[in-house]
Every structure is written in C-alpha cells, then in structure tokens.
Design a protein around this ligand. Sequence first.
Ligand code: MG
Length: 386
Amino acid sequence: MPLASYASDPAVSRGRRYAEPPAPTRDDYQRDRDRIVHSTAFRRLVYKTQVFLNHEGDLFRTRLTHSIEVAQLARSIARALQLNEDLTEAIALAHDLGHTPFGHAGQDALNECLHRIDPQGPGFEHNLQSLRVVDRLEQRYASFDGLNLSFETREGILKHCSRRNAQALELQEPSGVGRRFLDGTQPSLEAQLCNLADEIAYNAHDVDDGVRSGLITIEQIEEVPLFAAQLDSVRREHPGLEGRKLLFETLRRLLSAQVYDVIEATRAALCEHRVQRAADVWVAPPLVRFTPAMREQSLALKRFLFARLYRHPQVEDTTQRAQGVVRDLFEAYVADTAGLPALTIDGADPFRAVADYVAGMTDRFALREHHRLTGRTVFESHGQAV
Ligand code: MG
C-alpha cells in the first residue's frame, strides 16, 4: 500500500548525526529498526520488568515482550493509516531502551540519587536515557558512539522532555530533537502513534498480568466500563465460557476496540486539520488520538490499574525493595568507581557514569551485584534467594 502524503518519508529524512553512505537494499528507517534489534540494550530488555519482577513468574511481561506488543499494535494502526511502518516499528522497539531495572521503581530511585548529589541537575529520566543509549552508550560502530539513528527515529524515542532538559539538548544539538519541546510543536504521526500504542498495550497486558498474579480478579475489573462492555459481549456470544479463555477473548476485543477507535478518530482529525504533508503535522495539535468517549474509558481503566494493581501492597513492597537495591548499588559504585567497567566511566561526570551503569542493568544482574556488594538477599523465589 502506498504511503499517505503525510507519512514520514525516508527520502526526505533530516538525516543522521554522522553522514553514512546509503545501504544498498534498505532505506534509513529499516536500517534504524535493524540497528535497534541488534543492539545490546535491546537484548537486555528481556530481563527488565515493569510491574512484576522476573522471579515472580515466567509468563509476566518483560520490557522486551512489552516492546514487541507495542510494535505490533503500532504497525497495525500505521498500515491502516498508510503511515511509515518501518519508522513506527523502529520507534516502538526502542521506546523503552532507557529504562532501569525494576521499571519505574528503579527510575525513581536513580533520579533521587542523582538529585541528592546535584539538586539543580537533570536527574534521571527514562526517555532522555533511551536517547542517550542510542546516541552514546551503545558501542558497536568503529566511527562513532551510539547507533547513529535517523532524526525521525530519535525524535520518536524522546517522547517527553522537561523544558530544562530540552534547553540542555538544544545547546548540544541546535534545532535538534529537543527543539519541539521549546517550540511546542508535535513530532511525526509515527511518533505520536507509538505513544498511544504504548498506553493501549500496557493497559491491556497489565490487566492480564494482574489477573495472572492473583492481585486483581475479573470480577473487580468489571467495575471498568471499557472492560465490562467487552466481557458482556463475550458472555452473550459464549455463555458458560470462563477462566483464561474468557479473559483473553475479552482482552482481544478490548485491544481491537481501541485500535479501531484510534484509526477512526485519527482519520477524522487529519481531515479536520486539513493535513496534507508531514510538515503540517508538526504545527497541528496531537492528531493520533482516541475519540473523546474512548479517551474517557481508557482513563478509567488506567485509574483502576493505579488503585488496584500498581498501589497494591504486594506491588508496593516489591517497589520499595527494588528501590533499595538501586540506591545501594548507586552508593556502592560512587564510593568506589574503580570497580566499574572502564567503558562506562564518563570522565566529565562520574555520577552520570554510575547512573548509566546501573540503568543498563537487568533486574537479575542488579540483584546479583547487590548480593555481591552487600551480602544481602532482597527477594526470595520459591524458597530460593534470587
Ligand atoms: Mg513502554
């Protein structure tokens, strides 16, 4: 299917930071996607978690399976809207590369550690770190640090950025990926799409993982209208269906309903704002969107997950312990930077080098290092220390 006139076109890409000859058989966005898949940071996502830690069970989402689910949803919507699927996939697969071990718990702890040392500094923010991974920390190419990705892929990876961090980026790279946060403009439709696909993916899979863990039940989620409507339709068509099949059939429909809603609402927004070219997207309001009714329903699901899952005492207990691990690691390495692998030492800022090192860890490597450095066991799994 041909690309829409407002899709991102690699032929008019704003290019890479270091000029490279074109690849013989792939365009720049295909090449970006391939570079991401081959990166070390991408492989680490398999042992990084979001809500449930690896040792709690083999079937919970990890950052890797989450990223693949985001890519699937985003590509499916991109194809329907005739957007650039390769750029969409590249952004989706890279969007969580900067996450610390233990999900948001790890990020918050690392942010606190850095702010204690430098209250005015940028702290730690996973979107900025994802950019740092692809721009600097990956060490795979002879001629440059990082993966040297195209501007549009990097722009999509940096989905949020504070004004202060955007100003710092602007100093390093004038009119670069920080600029839009100062100008108040929007990124490409492919970047906007990955943002929304991320939300659709984690809302659905956190329901699945929440039920699997036993921390929430199908009966509780029935208080969420979006879920209840799909559950009702499944029960009407398949009376007597229960257990996993009932849950999965409901979640499948919940995903489809949101995907079709985004496609319809986005088509209407593109029409309403008379978008013709990719450049029109930058100055329009965000165009990849839910209908107002679906936005409200999605928010209600999010509120439910916050109250019943992310704030569940068992999840909060895990969060606290995980934050303790990250803090202990940070302090131990700051006290003895000689123990760090040479590559991670950033001569200008040893604290940032420690943050990069800790952020890059998988959950299980962090726990092993923590045990080696402190002799303590933080989590038990089936009676075994992990
Ligand atoms: Mg994500």
